[in-house]
Design a protein around this ligand. Structure first.
Ligand SMILES: CC(C)(COP(=O)(O)OP(=O)(O)OC[C@H]1O[C@@H](n2cnc3c(N)ncnc32)[C@H](O)[C@@H]1OP(=O)(O)O)[C@@H](O)C(=O)NCCC(=O)NCCS
Length: 159
């Protein structure tokens, strides 16, 4: 039987600009995506900064979100998560496209991100969106067994 959640199509969703009142929703989505999730308080503190912006993909329920931070001409994807019940439907692609569009609109030169080297899904997503490796941070992400390196990736937005 098909899961009802999967009946939500990427073109049906709304992208809503995130504000601090979304902190608890973001924490719940983050918990679904990460072994060491950020707390609602951490999201509230981040969302209170003028440099941080984000979008939540929603239909009848929250599906996923992306947060970016912009300083001068550089932006960074701080985090991105899609509910496990809605993955592989194009929602993350749409959220990344929104972050790219907003960054271009703000004359940002480069969009950066960090991703764990064992996160094959996210690396494939970012490569498909045109990001290329730009650096490496050893032992950046804690894991129960052994720390994992971060791959830095970047996409130039210059015309
Ligand atoms: C990574 C993540 C955000 C992807 O979200 P998603 O909505 O499932 O991704 P999309 O459906 O938009 O996928 C777009 C493309 O990314 C790539 N991709 C996504 N998931 C993939 C997977 N599990 N394996 C291989 N490629 C994958 C594919 O190229 C895919 O295009 P395709 O489906 O046409 O082949 C999601 O798996 C997630 O929330 N993971 C946990 C949190 C996380 O790792 N966040 C990123 C931190 S940097």
């Amino acid at each position: 039987m098909t899961s009802p959640s999967k009946t939500i199509k990427v073109n049906d969703i709304e992208l809503v600009r995130i504000n601090p009142s979304h902190a608890h929703v973001l924490a719940a989505l983050h918990q679904d995506g990460f072994a060491s999730p950020w707390t609602a308080q951490a999201f509230f503190d981040l969302l209170s900064k003028a440099t941080v912006a984000g979008w939540i993909a929603t239909k009848s329920e929250p599906i996923g979100f992306i947060l970016i931070q912009t300083t001068a001409e550089e932006s960074e994807i701080l985090t991105l998560a899609v509910a496990s019940s809605h993955r592989r439907c194009g929602f993350a692609r749409k959220l990344v496209a929104q972050a790219l569009s907003e960054s271009r609109g703000n004359s940002v030169a480069t969009l950066h991100l960090k991703v764990a080297e064992d996160n094959t899904a996210a690396i494939a997503l970012y490569k498909a969106a045109g990001f290329a490796p730009s650096g490496h941070r050893p032992n950046y992400y804690a894991r129960t067994s052994k720390a994992v390196d971060a791959i830095l990736m970047a996409k130039s937005l210059s015309p």
